[in-house]
Design a protein around this ligand. Structure first.
Ligand code: FE2
Ligand code: FE2
Length: 190
């Protein structure tokens, strides 16, 4: 698999979780109590998988694109880097809001709901830019050899970083599966 395909595959996972943020925001707004372990797993996934592990890989991609002559301030790199900074801040904000939610036994404040909505909105936009602008541009510029070097760089990422990222994904999926609120209407009917 090409390095750019690997990044696109990770985007699918992040996008699905980001869509879940809207569902949680709606439920919380309607007064549904979401178990705090689910929200903690969600914040942890976004921090460890999306912002730490995946972002680390994208830094390699940016660095290689710069080596191949793409200016750091060029579109879409500048816009994407700016959004990456904003997303990191929003994920930190989510972790803090989830801690408050857990400590106050599920008292919902607007910061938690607004942050979940902002994250869903921003990830949707950000991943679109990466899938339809950044990665196609990279596919055009990078040679097969470059893709190979990038894939090897991804594989050489610190074991702890990738292990924590995959554990956070498994943990989130386990938390969601064990939550009665998260089963589908068909599952309730069965
Ligand atoms: Fe990405
Ligand atoms: Fe990104």
């Amino acid at each position: 698999m090409k390095a750019t395909e690997h990044l696109e595959m990770e985007h699918h996972k992040i996008a699905r979780v980001a869509e879940g943020c809207v569902v949680f925001a709606d439920e919380l707004q309607q007064g549904v109590k979401i178990p705090s372990n689910i929200l903690k797993s969600l914040a942890s996934f976004l921090h460890l998988y999306a912002e730490q592990y995946h972002h680390e890989e994208e830094k390699w991609l940016f660095s290689m694109l710069r080596q191949r002559g793409v200016p750091a301030g060029a579109c879409p790199i500048a816009a994407i880097s700016h959004e990456d900074d904003k997303l990191r801040m929003l994920v930190d904000q989510l972790s803090t809001a989830v801690d408050v939610y857990a400590k106050t036994d599920g008292a919902v404040d607007s910061t938690l709901v607004d942050t979940l909505r902002s994250l869903a909105h921003m990830y949707r936009d950000h991943i679109w830019k990466e899938d339809y602008l950044l990665l196609p541009m990279a596919n055009k510029i990078l040679s097969d050899g470059d893709q190979q070097i990038l894939a090897e760089a991804f594989a050489s990422l610190d074991d702890r970083v990738s292990e924590e990222a995959y554990q956070s994904l498994a943990q989130l999926s386990k938390a969601i599966k064990s939550c009665p609120l998260c089963s589908t209407p068909q599952e309730h009917a069965a």
